[in-house]
Ligand binder design. Structure first.
Ligand SMILES: C[S@@+](CC[C@H](N)C(=O)[O-])C[C@H]1O[C@@H](n2cnc3c(N)ncnc32)[C@H](O)[C@@H]1O
Ligand code: SF4
Length: 389
């Protein structure tokens, strides 16, 4: 068994948005339904977040927090005062790694320069800006609260507020989108020169307006064309793809997401937040906090959490499922580092079969590392099936 618990991150969920986008199934709720006198219950939510964290503190087990991610919803809706108080409290309750990456999701429709300067001063050092598209008609179809100009200026404003680490979220495969339209969006995003670009293909999720009233999506041929040409454009401009949707300049991969995908630990606080925790006795479990903001706000911290153990026999598959999302070669020893368990014989046997089938690289395996071959990437489901208990 490894002597060290896996690296630990912190996720904080803010569940409110100005209005709900028709494609979105995240735990986000229209803010004005929760406001009293035009204000969100910031004080009550902050108090509950901290009580929620207090209840999870035993899981920290002396570890420094490597990264934090404030996601949503639209976290940039909350006031600067909220973040000064939140970040102060987090510094008091937790030990932080040097240069910990602390990201906030922001919507271009909520950009007031002065507020973002305060967010930076409070200690947030990375922004993830939800652009989605620059095209006026698509922004309308997507129900976005911002226009093209606001999307473009969000980056300048972030730079002026002191942010030197920025991600843009962009989507493709949008209703009636042609190859040219998708590439125009991507080119414009690249011109803004962010450090990181998340480029998601739109999926239609149950429980969304788009699921109930499906829009007309591009044909499969167009979708493939967009994917191929887009990835080429990203490469050409120095954005390396390191996960299905994640692309970054050198040294700017998202440390927080990397920790998820490498099967690191994370504490999740806030309505509907997920966590994954390893205990010193070797038990690993997932946590989920109650989803509805009102339920979250009105219950004792003990009532917020749902816990589910990950069984030992499921670990090889769980680990590989996360790990193989990343296009990186990794050390077999990482299994011990991130699961806190010895490498089981079953995992070694499965790797050997995968090599025979051409899914994993034989030369890397001789050096005790794991690399998915091009065939393995193509038959990812078949590869993963080999790790079933
Ligand atoms: C949790 S959302 C929050 C971002 C922020 N609230 C915003 O929209 O400006 C994170 C990202 O997931 C992507 N996303 C959300 N729903 C999606 C869907 N149905 N298909 C593909 N990507 C989606 C969007 O790019 C979005 O920016
Ligand atoms: S603003 Fe972001 S989180 Fe909110 S509904 Fe739209 S996509 Fe979802």
């Amino acid at each position: 068994m490894s002597t060290q618990l896996p690296p630990l991150s912190l996720y904080i969920h803010l569940p409110w948005c100005v209005r709900k986008c028709p494609y979105c199934d995240f735990n986000s709720h229209q803010a004005d339904r929760f406001e009293a006198n035009g204000k969100l219950p910031e004080d009550a939510y902050l108090a509950q977040l901290l009580a929620d964290l207090d209840a999870d503190l035993p899981y920290v087990a002396g570890r420094p927090i490597q990264t934090a991610f404030i996601g949503g919803g639209t976290p940039s809706l909350m006031s600067e005062d909220f973040y000064y108080r939140l970040m102060d409290a987090l510094r008091g309750k937790l030990t932080w790694a040097d240069n910990a990456e602390i990201t906030m999701e922001a919507n271009p429709g909520t950009f007031e320069q002065e507020k973002f300067r305060h967010f930076r001063q409070a200690g947030i050092n990375r922004l993830s800006i939800g652009i989605q598209s620059f095209q006026p008609n698509l922004l309308k179809t997507l129900g976005r609260i911002h226009n093209r100009e606001e999307a473009i200026h969000a980056v300048d404003k972030s730079r002026a507020a002191g942010f030197d680490n920025i991600n843009l979220d962009l989507m493709h495969g949008l209703p009636d989108q042609s190859l040219e339209m998708a590439l125009e969006d991507l080119s414009l995003a690249i011109e803004l020169n962010p450090e990181h670009l998340s480029w998601y293909q739109l999926t239609i999720e149950p429980n969304t307006e788009f699921y109930r009233r499906p829009p007309k999506l591009p044909e499969d041929n167009t979708l493939w064309g967009i994917q191929d040409a887009g990835q080429e454009l990203l490469n050409k401009h120095g954005y390396a793809q390191y996960e299905v949707s994640a692309n970054s300049k050198e040294h700017h991969r998202a440390a927080h997401n990397l920790n998820y995908w490498r099967f690191g630990d994370y504490i999740g606080i806030g309505a509907g937040a997920h966590g994954k925790i390893t205990l010193v006795n070797g038990q690993i479990f997932r946590t989920r906090k109650t989803r509805h903001p009102n339920h979250y706000l009105n219950n004792l911290p003990e009532a917020l959490v749902i816990k589910e153990a990950i069984e030992q026999e499921d670990l090889p598959l769980e680990f590989m499922m996360n790990r193989l999302r990343l296009f990186e070669t990794f050390d077999l020893k990482d299994y011990e580092r991130f699961t806190y368990q010895n490498v089981p014989d079953a995992l070694i046997k499965a790797c050997e079969i995968a090599i025979k089938q051409g899914f994993l690289d034989a030369d890397e395996w001789k050096k005790q590392s794991i690399k998915t071959t091009e065939k393995g990437k193509l038959f990812l489901n078949e590869l993963l099936e080999l790790f079933l208990p």
